[in-house]
Write a protein that binds this ligand. Sequence first.
Ligand SMILES: Cc1cc2nc3c(=O)[nH]c(=O)nc-3n(C[C@H](O)[C@H](O)[C@H](O)COP(=O)(O)O)c2cc1C
Length: 389
Amino acid sequence: MSRPVLRTELCDRLGIEYPVVLAGMGPVAGSGEPVATAPIAAAVSEAGGLGVIGGVGYAPEALRAEIRKLRSLTDKPFGVDLLLSSNFLAVRAERPTLAQPAPAEDPIPAESRAAVRKIAEDLGVPWVPAPERAPTDLGSWVPEGQSWAGAQMQVVLEERVPVFASGLGSPAPFSDALRENGATILSLVGNVRAAKRVGAAADYIVAQGTEAGGHTGRIGTLALLPQVMDAVAPVPVLAAGGIASGRALAAALAAGAVGGWCGTAFLVSDEANQPDLQKSRIVEAGAEDTVVTRLYSGKTMRNITNPLIEAWEASGLRALPMGLQGLLVRDLLHSVEQAGRHDLLMNAAGQTSGMLGARRPAREILEEMVAEAAEIIAKGLASRVEARV
Ligand SMILES: Cc1cc2nc3c(=O)[nH]c(=O)nc-3n(C[C@H](O)[C@H](O)[C@H](O)COP(=O)(O)O)c2cc1C
């Protein structure tokens, strides 16, 4: 059987067959490990889309190793996604890392610490403080005067990664260097203000609607996409959030997007680096089983709901800024793991969880999505919609 054709200018620019990009999903799935590692990125690239490594949690040399592993699995184009929000861009001298002396005062309010302990107690989770991080752990490797994201970016540049995606913040500080290196730049935004701020610092804007899994905004994809397109024209735009079927992909392309950036659809793929339990929870979830919470990171993040999220939301506590919130809940999440309370584990996923009925190879997920979208655009629309201009 011949392969369906579904092409946009994104395909020509990136050298890929289909306008489908694997979202660069980082370590927010409870295991502490990134979801989008080399095997799934390679599978998506091999199938004709663009695989993207979720790079945010990798120390620079580990990121380099993952990029090289991906290159050993495919010679197709691929990308790396990093977060460029202010906490990841803060240079080490300003940023409290474990390699620096602990601040004299606990930056976390005592009442927040007490409230989090009370939540654990109410859920019957014995309190087990997380072990101190080893000196080789997060942050300590960032050289003086450099930031976490800056040190990672150096690797992205040295390894001549063909596509860079920024998940939070603007790629502007690195745009010149990336472009000089021949890389194409994508930048995720969840609202029009952010889109205008990024503007031409990216080659493509990814308009991510609230349906999305992981960090997400408040505006639905279909409402956001045309507004972002208008705000950043002539910069082309991809759609994200809620695209897990050929029908949704066709809708996004019909609305003017040049491609789909898809996370949740691939969370249940065989190659996704997620524990089985979390894949099963997504397969079993209904459309209304996700909720947005600041519990885990301080920023709004969509997850399959669980009693821990419900208790946090009911507590009325205000989340701390990104970075500090992670410190606040570190012991709580460690306690949950130690107690074997898998029902309370974080499980970032989007609203399309309700339509994902089985685990499958990534290639199958992508091919089905593309075939359905191509069918709708080539035949389905004309047979159901009468239109003339
Ligand atoms: C488990 C998970 C982890 C994610 N991690 C990141 C990340 O590290 N960087 C990023 O830019 N986006 C991240 N996202 C958001 C995705 O990039 C993407 O925008 C979103 O999944 C698209 O919506 P969808 O889930 O409806 O397909 C993550 C999403 C999920 C579900």
